[in-house]
Every structure is written in C-alpha cells, then in structure tokens.
Write a protein that binds this ligand. Structure first.
Ligand code: ADP
Length: 471
C-alpha cells in the first residue's frame, strides 16, 4: 500500500511533542513491512533543512482566497529517515523557524493543506490512503469531498489520527472563502459551534478516526474541549490504537545522546553515571532519589501544580528527594519554576526551554518521572522512561492508564494517582521516596519495566488492518 502521512511535525525534522515522534516513526515501521509510507510536512527553516540535500519534485501554482501563490515540493535525497520525506515550501507563509505560535497559523496550515492536495491532484496515480494527523491537516478530508477542483480524489480513503483533541484550529466563518471553491451544501461538514473547526471537520469527513490510546477515546466522549457530542455520534468509526516508541532511537544501550550505555542487567550502574552527570550539572544531591518532569509547561500536563507540589513535598515529606524540571510553556509557570531555584538546598533545579539531548540524559539518569497530566492522549514520556529504567509516576488518565500498572497491583511497576491535585501528587511522591528506600523491590521493578515491549510492531499492524478495511 502507498500511504501518505500529512503532518505539521516529524522527528527529527521538526518536533514540538509526541506528534513529531509518532510521525517520525510510524512510516518507518510501515515501510519495514513492505509498504510505501511517505511523509509530507511544511518546509520550516530548520537545521535539518540546511544539513540535508534535496530534490525538487514538484512546482505548483494555486490560491488561497484571492491570494495566488507558488509552492514547491522537495524530497530528501538519501531516504535516511527510512521513508520518503517531502517538504512543502510556500514563500511568505511556511518559511519560518518555529512550527507554531504565529498569528497567521490558521492561514499557514490552510495554505499547506491546499498545496498538499493540489500536489497529489497532479500525480499520475492515486495513493491508497491519505493519513492526516491532528487539526493542522484536518481540512484535507473535507477538501477531497467538497472542493470542486479536487473532488475527483474523493475515492482516496482518508484516516485521521488525533494526537491531541484540545487543539482544534478554530477559524471564523470570515475565513471560509480561503478554502478552494467548495460545495455550500457541505458547510455543515466544516462547522462546529458557529465556527469552522478543522478537527471536527476531519472527524466528520475522514473515513476512519483513530486516537492514540483506548482510554483517551473513551474519555473524549465526556471531555473533548467541546467535541464530546461529536465523538459520541461518530463512535462507530473511531478506534484507539496505542502509540509505540521508536526503539531504535530510544534505547539506553545505543542512545547517541548519552555517554554511559546500559541494558536491563547493568541498569543500576549505567543509570548512576548519568545521574552523576545531571547532579553535577544542576547541583543536586546524588544520594537522594531524582524525580524529573519533562514536557510542555501547560495546564494539560498539570505543570501549573508543580511549584506547590514541590514546596509541599519539602515541607511535609522532608528534603529527601531531588526535583529536576525540563520544559517550556506558559510564561507564568516558567517564571514561577525558575524563581524557585532560590529555595534549592541542592535538591531542586529547572531548565526552561526545549532540549532534546538533555531530555535523553534525564530519562537515563532519573529515578522517577512525574506526569500529573490532566489530559494525556497517549503520553510517550512514560514509555521512554520505562525503557530507560525510570519509574513513571502518573495520573490515572488516557494513555497513562493504559501503559502504567501501579506497583501495589500484581505485576505492577509504576506509581498511579487519581487526581491532578496537589495532595494526590504529593502522596505519590511520598510513595516514590518509600519505594526508593526498598532497594531490592526498586531494582526488580526497574528490571521489569525495561523488559516491557512498547515497540511499534503491534500498533503498526493495527493501522495496516484499519487501512485494509477501507479498500
Ligand atoms: P505532547 O505531545 O502532548 O507534548 P508526549 O508525551 O506525547 O506529549 O510527547 C512529548 C515528547 O516531547 C517526548 O519526546 C518528550 O521527551 C519531548 N519533550 C517535551 N518537552 C520537551 C523539552 N522541553 N525538551 C526536550 N524534549 C521535550
């Protein structure tokens, strides 16, 4: 099968979170099974772009409303990612450094999608599946069905994968003229609660919809940032497929970002060396358990709760643990966490920003990773952490619920708590400190986790089975 993935992110080209990791891995594993999976994404001005060689494969000319533009599609020459990677360039729209965060993001991603569909329309054949990821590619299923110019592509099956339903790409109706001329009978396929909602449109128009864990799909029927009724209505075409992790990239025995490699049998020693590097760099006490947080500092991740959790842990449990935080996001949370460096007694530090290499070192050197998420569609951090022998401390939600079993349960290996609330999280930290003190149990849990299989193999097959049903 020929599968075209359309996404705003793809590791290692451009990544802001889990979407990038998944789109950088899933096609590779699909190709390994003999299929032809490709990725098409915007041509941001990234380091990856300048460090690689490219061939121009298509030049087109189309329009977004009254604005006519040239676009260019280029392809990475060496296929080094394990799949064909295509970048779409639209001068003035996509030639920016960052992925998100511009005031014209709606126009940027709309222009990108128009160019992608226009390019596919120029192919001499049709792909077997167009697989769109999140709202940034969510208007493509609508365009294939309702835009006159592209309607001849309507028989190409489309699959939407929802990595995060919080972000939906809302646009006012004043922007409706920016879409390629469309059949006005189809307006209901764009609309949700009086605006154009690209994610809702994709849920309505795609042939199948997947979410990145089973529990998340269940939860969306009651909490989906306004789309609950739509998920309930469309449940027949929705299915949960748990993300895998790229075990070639995330492997403590070969990870190129860390110096001290290890496997399940020498984890204690290997991890200690990475912990030592972290403790020296961030002035932490190596004898205490190291609890880390890695992620976006936003409400979804429960990051706003961290300052109080840390203060309460120090006050009520004692200064018996270290905290190290890596992340960026809400400016208030960033500055609150940064200001707290003052209270450190060699037991607290923070790095504000995005740092891929530090994140790998933290997965390797930490004893515990804290994920007090309010919403977690799948969550990759806990799976990376387990592969690196780091015990996940997670809220009982979404993909965290599907991948972490509390160590108090038979065969359990993690710490789970029910509420994204300071009291519950602090209780989890108390349990972590207790567990760290039970040397043999702690080592046994570490061993168990490192041998769990979170690889893509099973999930890839589920996606392929899903595509087959669409033929
Ligand atoms: P989400 O996509 O909701 O942000 P996921 O758990 O699915 O969350 O994926 C998060 C990915 O982003 C992981 O690979 C994590 O290591 C990485 N990540 C998040 N924030 C940072 C950061 N500040 N520096 C480095 N990596 C980060």
């Amino acid at each position: 099968m020929e599968i075209v993935h359309v996404s705003a992110e793809c590791y290692p080209v451009a990544k802001a979170g889990g979407l990038g990791d998944v789109v950088g891995a899933l096609p590779k594993y699909q190709n390994d099974l003999g299929h032809v999976a490709k990725v098409v994404m915007p041509m941001y001005r990234t380091r990856f772009l300048v460090q690689h060689d490219w061939d121009v494969v298509h030049k087109g000319y189309t329009h977004m409303g009254s604005w006519w533009f040239n676009y260019t599609v280029i392809k990475e020459r060496t296929n080094k990612l394990g799949f064909d990677l295509y970048l779409v360039d639209i001068y003035g729209l996509l030639d920016r450094e960052k992925i998100y965060g511009y005031s014209d993001d709606p126009e940027r991603f709309l222009g990108f999608q128009i160019a992608v569909v226009d390019w596919i329309a120029a192919w001499s054949h049709q792909p077997d599946v167009i697989h769109v990821h999140d709202y940034h590619a969510g208007l493509i299923p609508f365009m294939l069905k309702y835009c006159h110019k592209y309607r001849f592509l309507q028989n190409i099956p489309t699959v939407l994968t929802i990595h995060n339903a919080q972000y939906q790409g809302w646009m006012g109706w004043d922007k409706s003229h920016l879409l390629p001329e469309w059949d006005s009978w189809g307006w209901g396929m764009l609309e949700w609660q009086n605006s154009i909602n690209p994610l809702a449109s994709a849920i309505k128009c795609a042939w199948k919809v997947t979410t990145v864990s089973w529990s998340y799909l269940d939860e969306l029927r009651t909490a989906a940032n306004g789309l609950e009724a739509l998920f309930e209505y469309e449940k027949g075409k929705c299915v949960g497929i748990l993300n895998g992790i790229d075990t070639a990239v995330w492997n403590p025995a070969t990870d190129t970002y860390i110096e001290n490699h290890y496997g399940p049998s020498d984890a204690a020693d290997g991890k200690l060396k990475s912990k030592q590097i972290l403790c020296e760099r961030f002035d932490l006490d190596i004898d205490k358990p190291l609890i880390v947080f890695i992620g976006r500092l936003v409400g979804e991740k429960g990051a706003d709760l961290l300052p109080q959790v840390i203060v309460d842990s120090f006050t009520h449990i004692g200064r018996t643990m270290n905290f190290l935080i890596l992340g960026s996001g809400f400016p208030e949370v960033e500055s609150q966490l940064d200001n707290m460096k003052g209270i450190s007694n060699r037991d607290y530090s923070v790095y504000i920003g995005y740092n891929e290499s530090l994140s790998h070192l933290m997965y390797a050197g930490a004893d515990f990773i804290l994920m007090p998420s309010r919403v977690e569609p799948c969550g990759l951090n806990q799976m990376y952490a387990m592969r690196y022998g780091t015990v996940p401390m997670v809220r009982n939600t979404g993909g965290l619920r599907d991948t972490v079993v509390d160590y108090g349960d038979p065969d359990g290996y993690g710490i789970r708590f029910n509420h994204a609330a300071v009291g519950d999280i602090t209780q989890g930290i108390w349990r972590a400190v207790q567990l760290y003190g039970q040397e043999s149990t702690f080592q046994r849990i570490r061993q168990t986790m490192m041998e769990l299989d979170f690889s893509w193999e099973t999930s890839v097959q589920h996606y392929l089975d899903l595509y087959q049903q669409l033929k």
